[in-house]
Design a protein around this ligand. Structure first.
Ligand SMILES: Cc1ncc(COP(=O)(O)O)c(C=O)c1O
Length: 321
């Protein structure tokens, strides 16, 4: 039974997860192999990050780290913040989102609408609006730390939180396996915190060690692959921060690295909308572009799983559409 759709739920928090899995058979026409896309943009906050918001808060409650009426703070590119705004709003916590001004304005507006306090941090002088670099993220990190100290708040901390990993290890990965009948040969994922990659990869490899898991990075900032940064500014919001070490990512889970340009991510997101009726953002486009690379090279004839990370509605102010 799909618990999300077949009974009355006690709140929108219960509606997180159990998203549909769709074969992208139009985009892969003429290619040997399949892409199975998990429509995580259909979560209540229109992104996969609702999952980790719920898990991080429920894990903190279980550990006794969050008291009724307490304050939660998070550094976010908007999606985790939106998820936290939903979960905190429903559960009665105050929530402060700290975000770079480089992220699209829809995100700040949506979090405010959901009851969050949104603190916007100026970008570095050399940065471009709409393109958040590692240096921009450093500035947001400093502001986040300051607010956590001042307000004696609980920091969700998605880059280090085991809740981020657990959300995908306990739910996203097993859902993929259940829905596909276990018929997955590969997985590729555009990495931000690395939580989705790490959680899904762990679930997949536990199911069958031969499932190949690929990290996807922006072409000019493929630091996890060991390359130097040529261009830290890219359009794929939510990841590609050029951080060489990510606490949640385990090297032994990574079978390879793929690079995607802004143009490839943009074109793939537009094809997803036009050909498959899936209205998603840049990182979903990056995942599709990377999966197509795999089907054309090392994974010919295989089935590749990807996440559709967030909704295209979050990019109406950008030049994606
Ligand atoms: C739109 C989008 N895509 C991809 C990612 C990266 O996901 P993860 O942090 O699980 O690596 C994020 C993370 O915030 C995101 O918001």
């Amino acid at each position: 039974m799909n618990t999300r759709t077949e009974k009355i739920l006690s709140s929108a928090v219960e509606a997180i997860g159990n998203t549909p899995l769709v074969e992208l058979s139009r985009i892969t026409r003429g290619l040997d192999g399949r892409i199975l896309a998990k429509l995580d943009y259909l979560n209540p906050g229109f992104s996969k990050k609702d999952r980790i918001a719920r898990q991080m808060i429920e894990d903190a409650e279980a550990r006794g780290e969050l008291q009724p009426g307490g304050t939660v703070v998070e550094l976010t590119s908007g999606n985790t913040g939106t998820g936290l705004a939903i979960v905190c709003g429903v559960k009665g916590y105050r929530f402060v989102a700290v975000m770079s001004k480089g992220n699209s304005v829809e995100r700040a507006r949506m979090m405010r609408a959901l009851g969050a306090e949104v603190v916007l941090v100026d970008q570095e002088k050399s940065s471009v609006p709409g393109q958040v670099s590692g240096a921009d993220l450093e500035l947001v990190e400093r502001e986040t730390e300051k607010i956590v100290r001042e307000r004696k708040a609980f920091r969700a901390d998605q880059f280090r939180s085991t809740g981020n990993f657990r959300a995908h290890y306990l739910h996203t990965g097993p859902e993929f396996l259940r829905q596909s009948g276990g018929a997955i040969d590969g997985f590729c994922d555009f990495v931000g915190s690395g939580g989705s990659f790490a959680g899904c990869a762990a679930a997949f490899k536990e199911h069958r060690a031969s499932i190949q898991c690929y990290v996807v990075e922006p072409a000019g900032a493929a630091v996890l692959a060991g390359e130097s940064i040529i261009n830290p500014n890219h359009r794929v919001q939510g990841g590609g921060y050029a951080r060489p070490e990510l606490p949640l990512l385990k090297r032994e889970q990574i079978d390879g690295f793929l690079k995607v340009t802004d143009e490839e991510a943009t074109l793939a997101a537009r094809r997803l909308a036009r050909e498959e009726g899936i209205f998603a953002g840049y990182s979903s486009g990056a995942n599709v572009a990377a999966a197509l690379q795999l089907l054309r090279t090392t994974c010919r004839g295989k089935t590749i799983a990807i996440l559709i990370c967030d909704s295209g509605l979050k990019y109406l102010s950008t030049d994606l559409w």
